[in-house]
Design a protein around this ligand. Structure first.
Ligand code: FAD
Ligand code: NAI
Length: 507
């Protein structure tokens, strides 16, 4: 009993300490220290984008060392791993957004932010051309921003491979607007299917949700959609519930190609139980406003054309290079052979360019286009830039002291000692190792409160799947959320949708 009492007291004290710690963090965020103004005499560091790569860089960058300017059409950071949950209202979209202004306000020296899209980069004149693509426009909508150093972190756009009809008729799943569009469209399909005297064929079409692409985005979305149907739509709109179907189309022989074999099998069998139809070895060739046309390869190697009528079509076939990056690649001869983005060296410097670095999905460094890679690259660049600034400051000090050696002959010994100390510091910080990616593992939610995980554990790989992995998935993503505010909002959304069900309002 005594041990139990002590354990209880210890738990109680740690809970109080935890709450006090979180409370202090919130207080600090709400009452930030005054910031120093940007110093235009310092080197201008322009950062494009407010995604995983750029924001990880900003978080760790000592902004007082540079005149920092951030440019992005999106004035917030988006926690993409929970985006599929926003399509069904399990999580509300604002819970996974963090305003860039809040992030920048927490820095010691202020940073300028322009909500704009970069349309081109001129590496010879060292300027970025930007334009305001928001709804409200002032007299000035297009201008140039000069840089001394540039970080390109603009991510990627959706790949369509030029397949006819994709852009016009399907929904993507990359941005907040995409998730909102999907959420609205699901409910529109359901309400239209329930319309008086709707024909059975039309109900079947409207209630058929097709997902193209069996990568993690397509799989997670299909799982979320099936949950939404089983837990909410089925109960609230029972008259059409037996017609709801989710179909996942994948060109390769299996879904989740980047996961281990046993997890692929587990996902496919779970989908079968959840009644999600998987069509592998099936390549979509054409999309119209009501149908998807695909060519399937049968086990004997023959081909068959299948037409899928659909109500909602979500297109998740991976990444393509953004126009601004394509344009930059064309201006740099060394990028001639690069196809998937800006080829960078082991310090993330864009090959063939001076003073340009690239991070995340727009950079080709030999790693998969994931948030994990982008954030590690951003952290690496922050360390590199902090070191570069400290190196410059130390070199200036050494030059200044060396100059004063002749002027103050009485202090020679002391000055030499100081120089030696600075040189020692300089050697230590100048020794920056190249970027090295450390893979922590892959996680994906597959519906029915199950997840799959390929986790790196003591230099080995552990594959796990099921309900416990789902709890691990949830706790991992909660801990990775950008801020305490995000964490509390996401937990609140999870509780809300569990207790009251998801909100079926179409808005
Ligand atoms: P992004 O995060 O896409 O950011 C790009 C930024 O650049 C944005 O702010 C954008 O507005 C801005 N921008 C765009 N064009 C311009 C322009 N012309 N000028 C200036 N700025 C511009 N990865 C994982 O590791 N784990 C996951 O669980 C995971 N889940 C995902 C779920 C979904 C639904 C999606 C779509 C992706 C997921 N990913 C996940 C992948 C991950 O989101 C990306 O790899 C990551 O966002 C890449 O970071 P980035 O900084 O390169 O680009
Ligand atoms: P992806 O590139 O991983 O998968 C796209 C899939 O679409 C491929 O399997 C491809 O074969 C298929 N495809 C392409 N064209 C097709 C066609 N015409 N017809 C049928 N199928 C076709 O893309 P995704 O899922 O969007 O992921 C992008 C990146 O983001 C990846 O690096 C991924 O690892 C990462 N990501 C990670 C997540 C996680 O870890 N939970 C979640 C979501 C994305």
């Amino acid at each position: 009993f005594r041990t139990l009492r002590w354990a209880w007291r210890l738990g109680y004290l740690s809970a109080i300490a935890g709450v006090a710690y979180i409370g202090y963090g919130i207080y600090e965020d709400r009452h930030p220290e005054p910031q120093t103004e940007p110093d235009p005499t310092k080197k201008t560091l322009v950062i494009l984008g407010t995604g995983w790569g750029s924001v990880s860089l900003l978080k760790r960058l000592d902004t007082e060392n540079y005149n920092v300017i951030v440019i992005s059409p999106r004035n917030y950071f988006l926690f993409t791993p929970l985006l599929p949950s926003c399509t069904t209202g399990t999580i509300e979209h604002r819970s996974i957004m963090e305003p860039i202004r809040t992030i920048l306000r927490s820095k010691k020296a202020s940073v300028r932010f322009y909500e704009a899209e970069a349309s081109s980069i001129d590496p010879d004149r060292k300027v970025v051309r930007i334009f305001d693509n928001s709804e409200v426009k002032g007299d000035m909508t297009e201008t140039e921003v000069p840089y001394d150093m540039l970080v390109v972190g603009v991510g990627a756009e959706n790949a369509t491979f030029g397949i006819p009809g994709v852009r016009e008729h399907s929904c993507f799943l990359k941005e907040i607007g995409d998730a909102q569009r999907i959420r609205k469209r699901i409910m529109d399909c359901v309400e239209t299917a329930a319309f008086k005297d709707q024909s059975p064929e039309e109900i079947d079409r409207l209630m058929h949700m097709v997902v193209v692409g069996g990568g993690p985005t397509g799989v997670e979305f299909a799982g979320e959609l099936q949950d939404f149907f089983e837990e909410d739509i089925k109960k609230l709109v029972p008259e059409i519930s037996d017609r709801f179907r989710v179909t996942l189309i994948e060109a390769l022989p299996n879904v989740l190609p980047s996961f281990s074999k046993q997890l692929i099998e587990y996902t496919e069998s779970t989908f079968k139980e959840e009644k999600i139809n998987i069509h592998t070895k099936t390549m979509v060739k054409k999309v119209t406003d009501k149908t998807v046309e695909a060519v399937a390869t049968r086990p004997d190697g023959t081909k068959e054309t299948i037409v899928f009528p659909y109500g909602l079509l979500v297109w998740a076939t991976g990444n393509a290079v953004r126009p601004v990056v394509q344009d930059l690649m064309q201006r740099i001869p060394a990028q001639k052979n690069s196809r998937r983005g800006l080829a960078v060296n082991e310090y993330l410097v864009v090959q063939g360019a001076r003073d340009i670095w690239a991070v995340g999905d727009c950079a080709v460094a030999g790693y998969a286009p994931t948030a994990q890679v982008a954030s590690q690259e951003g952290n690496f660049l922050a360390r590199l830039f902090n070191n570069m600034a400290r190196t410059e400051a130390l070199e200036n000090k050494i030059a200044e002291l060396s100059g004063s050696l002749n002027l103050q002959p009485g202090n020679t010994a002391e000055i030499s000692r100081e120089i030696e100390e600075y040189e020692r510091q300089l050697r230590r910080i100048k020794d920056v190792k190249p970027f090295h990616y450390s893979h922590q593992g892959s996680l994906a939610y597959i519906g029915s409160e199950k997840a799959v995980a390929d986790v790196t554990w003591f230099n080995g790989n552990v594959a796990a799947a099921g309900g416990l992995t789902y709890l691990f998935w949830r706790s991992a993503y909660i801990s990775m959320c950008f801020s305490t505010r995000n964490r509390l909002l996401v937990i609140n959304d999870w509780l809300k949708s569990k207790l009251f069900g998801r909100d079926l309002s179409r808005e």
